[in-house]
Design a protein around this ligand. Structure first.
Ligand SMILES: NC(=O)c1ccc[n+]([C@@H]2O[C@H](COP(=O)([O-])OP(=O)(O)OC[C@H]3O[C@@H](n4cnc5c(N)ncnc54)[C@H](OP(=O)(O)O)[C@@H]3O)[C@@H](O)[C@H]2O)c1
Length: 291
């Protein structure tokens, strides 16, 4: 492989994990302050200047509810900018790695979604991410890793909070913590997603869509209970349902994803419980003493 790894969106939760996972290789990392991905000319110039072997895009507009009233920005960042980056990667002869979401599905399934299941987005955010997937896959060496409920931020993280950041932070403060009992998820630990990305690049696995979540599935309530167990602190969990806590954007009820295709390519994702334990330990929580 000749040429560096170009990481775009390097200041995000996943972007930081990707930069760390490739620390032993030449990396060119851009954050929003050095590259606005909605500037297609800048994208083309930046990619050409780096002459990368691989372009990894971690930048996205992830404000699911705000996207409902701001579809222009969601589509600009999650879809049109992906087209610019994919095309720029192709013209430089680089592989293009991009990240999708479980939200492309309607959430009406009863068993984990596989890559061939038909998407049916139910929110502006979900539709913008699906369009981005299509643009990413429209180049010969395009990969989309669908991730879900991404976690892995360090303590004191100042970027956008994810659901698990919110749960852990609330538990640590001793606040009552409201969690859904009727949303089923397969969370993705950012460092594991970064290693899976590395595997796909290095193994020569076929381009296309891969579900990249930690193994297993659980309701948010069960995930929160596991956080409480690992932290070893008293907690006040308050069960809520999707119906009792309406949000501007529709959430899929059942979002478990099967990672069997990734496993068949030679990379097994650890269970979400094991990943959660590593995260709590890395943040300096109680689980660190259980190792
Ligand atoms: N987080 C989740 O639960 C989740 C779930 C499913 C899929 N995903 C996908 O996983 C990938 C990584 O997500 P993440 O949680 O790591 O994201 P994140 O922490 O929200 O980071 C996204 C980064 O993109 C940057 N960005 C936004 N607009 C930009 C622009 N116009 N130009 C350049 N940079 C821009 C943001 O900068 P600012 O902070 O300055 O805005 C931020 O640093 C994304 O594709 C996301 O859609 C995430």
């Amino acid at each position: 492989m000749s040429g560096p790894i170009l990481v775009i969106g390097a200041a995000g939760r996943l972007g930081a994990a990707i930069v760390e996972a490739f620390a032993d290789r030449p990396v060119v990392a851009h954050t929003r302050s050095s590259l606005d991905i909605t500037d297609s000319g800048a994208v083309l110039r930046t990619v050409a200047a780096a002459a990368p072997a691989v372009v990894i895009n971690c930048a996205a507009f992830n404000y699911v509810d705000a996207a409902e009233t701001n579809p222009g920005e969601a589509l600009g960042v999650n879809a049109l900018a992906v087209r610019s980056m994919a095309r720029a990667a192709e013209s430089s002869g680089a592989t293009f790695m991009h990240y999708g979401t479980d939200f492309v599905f309607d959430g009406d399934a009863a068993q984990p979604y596989v890559e061939d299941d038909s998407p049916a987005p139910r929110s502006v955010y979900a539709a913008s991410k699906l369009l981005g997937e299509w643009f990413a896959l429209d180049v010969p060496r395009g990969y989309v890793l669908r991730v879900e409920s991404l976690f892995g931020a360090s303590r004191g993280w100042t970027g956008r909070s994810g659901t698990l950041d919110g749960i852990i932070g609330s538990l640590e403060r001793g606040d009552p913590t409201r969690v859904f009992t009727d949303r089923v998820v397969s969370p993705s630990y950012a460092p594991d997603v970064a290693l899976a990305t590395r595997h796909l690049i290095d193994s020569g696995a076929a381009p296309g869509v891969y579900h990249c979540v930690n193994s297993g599935q659980a309701t948010w309530y069960a995930v929160a209970e596991e956080c409480v167990r690992l932290l070893g602190i008293p907690a006040r969990l308050e069960p809520i349902t999707l119906e009792s806590a309406p949000l501007p954007a529709t959430r899929p009820r059942f979002c478990a994803l099967s990672n069997a295709k990734l496993a068949a390519s030679g990379f097994s994702m650890p269970t979400w419980q094991e990943a959660l334990q590593r995260w709590v330990a890395a943040r300096g929580g109680r689980a660190g003493t259980l190792q």
